[in-house]
Design a protein around this ligand. Structure first.
Ligand code: HEC
Ligand code: HEC
Length: 154
């Protein structure tokens, strides 16, 4: 019994020693490979310390009512046009209510003078479910200075 305990201890001690000897040597800090610290003020797009509250510029949404603003310029063929009018009172889009369809449905678009929802959004004569949430692709606009330069090329 005693011998067993002793030999177990010995095995453990040897294992510990083995592990210790295999542990990597702490290497001398190499200035070239050591990671450089990024100052907290440069972690995000806002140039302030991450732990500090900084003033947020208000987002001023487009106020034009449907029909008041000119049609938006499309950045490239096939891009979803931005919403040129206010969406106040039109959101949220729910399973039961979709104000956008009310005006943009090809059946009603003539009266509302809204661009009819194109054929690409329909499947077997019905609005494709994947197109139901219009604001997934069509977004309202705001006048804002881009935080980063947009280098996208279609
Ligand atoms: C009261 C009717 C009405 C409602 C509701 C409405 N729209 Fe419009 N929409 C218009 C009209 C009219 C235009 C034509 C441009 C303008 O505003 O003068 C237009 C233009 C657009 C355009 C640009 C089309 C183009 O040819 O470039 C998009 C995109 C759009 N709306 C999306 C939406 C979305 C998304 C919703 C729901 C959040 C919505 N609209 C709700 C009437 C409406
Ligand atoms: C998955 C993305 C997506 C969703 C969701 C979507 N659209 Fe579009 N939409 C597009 C794209 C991309 C275009 C431009 C290419 C095209 O005409 O198919 C477009 C074009 C349009 C146009 C311009 C048609 C024209 O003749 O130039 C209107 C109006 C429009 N969509 C309305 C809507 C409405 C209203 C909804 C919601 C019921 C909606 N879209 C949902 C992607 C989307």
């Amino acid at each position: 019994m005693r011998l067993t305990t002793l030999s177990t201890l010995t095995v453990l001690a040897l294992l510990a020693a083995g592990c210790a000897s295999r542990a990597p040597e702490p290497s001398a800090t190499n200035a070239a490979t050591a990671p450089r610290a990024i100052p907290e003020s440069r972690i995000g797009l806002r140039t302030a310390d991450v732990s500090e509250a900084s003033p947020v510029r208000p987002i001023v949404p487009v106020r034009a009512q449907p029909g008041e603003a000119p049609l938006p310029v499309r950045p490239y063929p096939g891009s979803p046009p931005v919403i040129p009018h206010s969406v106040d009172g039109l959101l949220p889009i729910t399973a039961k209510e979709n104000a956008c369809v009310g005006c943009h449905d090809p059946a009603n678009a003539g009266d509302s003078e809204a661009t009819p929802i194109p054929a690409s959004h329909f499947e077997a004569g019905k609005l494709d479910n994947r197109r139901y949430l219009c604001i997934f692709c069509h977004v309202p606009q705001t006048k804002a200075t881009p935080l980063v330069e947009n280098t996208f090329k279609p």
